[in-house]
Design a protein around this ligand. Sequence first.
Ligand code: SF4
Length: 555
Amino acid sequence: MTRKIALSHRDLLAQEQGTIIKPWGGKTPICLVFPNTYHVGMSNLGFQLLYRLLNSLPEVVCERAFLPEEGQWREYERASTPLLSLESGRPLSRFKIIAFSLPFENDFPNILSILQLAKIPLKALERDPRDPLIIAGGAAATLNPEPLAPFVDLFFIGEGEEAVLDFLQVFQAAGNGKEDLLKEACRIEGVYCPALYEPLYDEEGRLREFAPRAKAIPSRVKRRWIKDPGLLCSGSAILTPLTEFKEMFLMELNRGCPRRCRFCAVRAIYLPFRNRALERLIQEADQGLQQGKRIGLVGSALGDHPGFNELCAYITAKGGEIAISSIRADAVTVERARLLAASRHRTVTMAPEAGTERLRQVVAKGLRDEEIFSAVEALAGHGITNLKLYFIIGLPTETWEDIEGICTLAKRIRHHMGKGGRSVGEITVSIAPFIPKAWTPFQWHPFEEVKILKKKLQAVKKGVAKIPRCRVLNELPKWGYVQTLLSMGDRRVADILLKVHEARGDWASVLKSSYINPAFWVYREKEEQELFPWDFIDHGINKADLWKEYREAVG
Ligand code: SF4
């Protein structure tokens, strides 16, 4: 390890509270890898929980590794040092297992970069028995792991907390080589070994069959979920000022969402919706308060937790503060606005998603304009006058009226904020393109053409520019195209990922020269009976019901 790398590791560890350092002797060493930077990875509660869970096992030592920042990356290359773990500074190749956490598709290319930097062959077929086993799990893998199939030995589909424990028993008992291990592992509910399945395509390139390579291999992989919400563990494992949630104690209130917005994959990833018990949350809040921390409440449906007000009131009465990342407009009440203001919230994030009620109905967001305005007034009445509003463009059935509706809505929100002479803060209109996601009713729908998205974006920017103290932040449509490819693609997209990796991230040239037109996955409306690359996963969702909902939405 070079002095520069050693110093940067030492600096990171010195600022952490809760780091677990275990001796290696006689244990199975696992390197938990987040395919993005330390800052992003350590802001992810799921990553932290897995770190704590694995280290709670006496027979395991779990360390972490991240995508190095640019300067550090150059240092690794300059010194020809393989990527090292944070805790003990050992090369990743010395671990028995490398476990990638995959919340977002956009991080898929980073997996290849990390394996290369670790000097581990990228493809599973090219690795020998001395190389670590490469496993992966998380939301993106749960929806559609196929674009990563050649690089990963096995995936955890669904909530991996229990499945990983079952797998470790199999791993520790195994002794007959990787193939036998994979065959044994694929019997565990929630474990998928891509090498044990063969995809077959028709002459037009559509998936015709997805067949197990042997009789004993299950034809479908059941997504795993934790049945007892009491077992959902929570609370940050490591506190550090170097994350998005600086020195905040994170607590998970619920998993999943009881709503059914048609563009959103949260339902499929975390079905069924589970609230954690209030008594347990209060105990955890006490733990966070003892450390003098702000309590960050985590969940996709915070306002749907029946004990939300009581928990917030408990924390604020004890002198603590709460922090939330966003809240549904129809969950904002005067009491909740008061609680947020008491915790020094000056900005609140809400997601109208679409500019008009018509389009919100199409996507089943179920939010009326009046509900948004009433939330804005409740918040502004308590001095919360900065808003971040999330919108999606390119949604199914969207018209130019819906695009204009975004600007009109922002203008009306500003008006409601300033009612009665109240001072008006800043409104940020955040725009992202619609990405079709597996296991949603919109999985059949194509991505909007990039050139049209650009025009729509320009129209929003022009309209918003006329509203005082209102600005637009946006994701680039071209990256929406790439994300759609990685969300909707099958195993053949792995070749594209490999070429992009070899071209050092030059997506444009690789997409242009790809032997299969990427538009096949991105711009094509799929057929009702089409076999999707992710259909082998059993989420407990009926595909025919999704199709019915899709048709209801698009008419
Ligand atoms: S968009 Fe939000 S409210 Fe709608 S289903 Fe997803 S998490 Fe729930």
